[in-house]
Design a protein around this ligand. Sequence first.
Ligand SMILES: *Cc1c(COP(=O)(O)O)cnc(C)c1O
Length: 244
Amino acid sequence: MKEDILYHLKIINDRIETACKKAGRDPKEIRLLLATKTVSADRIRVALESGQTLIAENKVQELKEKYEELKNIPHENHFIGHLQTNKIKDILKYDVTCVQSVDRLDLAEKLHQRLLPESKTMDILIQVNTSQEESKFGIHPNAAIDLIRKIAEFNTLKIKGLMTIGLFSAETEKVRTCFKILKNLQQNIISEHIPNVEMKELSMGMSGDLETAIEEGSTIVRVGTAVFGARVYPDSYYWDEGKK
Ligand SMILES: *Cc1c(COP(=O)(O)O)cnc(C)c1O
């Protein structure tokens, strides 16, 4: 088990490096985030002990279940799933430092209301639905700037950038279009100079499309399957829960 994970991590790091070379980028500009849904804590531990520093769950329940076992190993927790407002208190309790999946005002508002009395802040990314598939979460690209302006008024929330899940397709150019939409949006937002908004991070690219994402400017690639193997649950279980 251990050798498998280490071997796959090496392959991923090689892929990142090769993609960077091709794109004329420095591999240090890209953070590898391990998407750990359905992965047991002991397997995550192997990755963390080998030097990985960033993991993310999609469900609060899983965050909670693995928390005790992992809390003694230095690492950072992001959250990348659909977040229900009644679970926000757990996000704070289990030391999540960045919610990458903020896609609506009421979620941002409730996060702010929780953080304010505790004098805490939280990094967030705005999740954008660049593939415009009905089933996926995320704000429509055309509505994103308006949402960001509103969220920027909550001073406990630090908007660091954008996140997207690209189209699932074997056609690279269609996938690339999604990443270009996110990059363009980032540039538009930067040119608006909205106070309290930083647009450094572009969280895009997964096991199947990280090379394309890096070519288009990704700063965080989120990898699950390519490190930990295939999952039993289909991704729809995590991505469009309650949307059908
Ligand atoms: C599962 C997941 C990933 C990783 O997907 P893989 O194809 O397994 O690499 C990335 N981002 C999000 C939001 C996910 O839910």
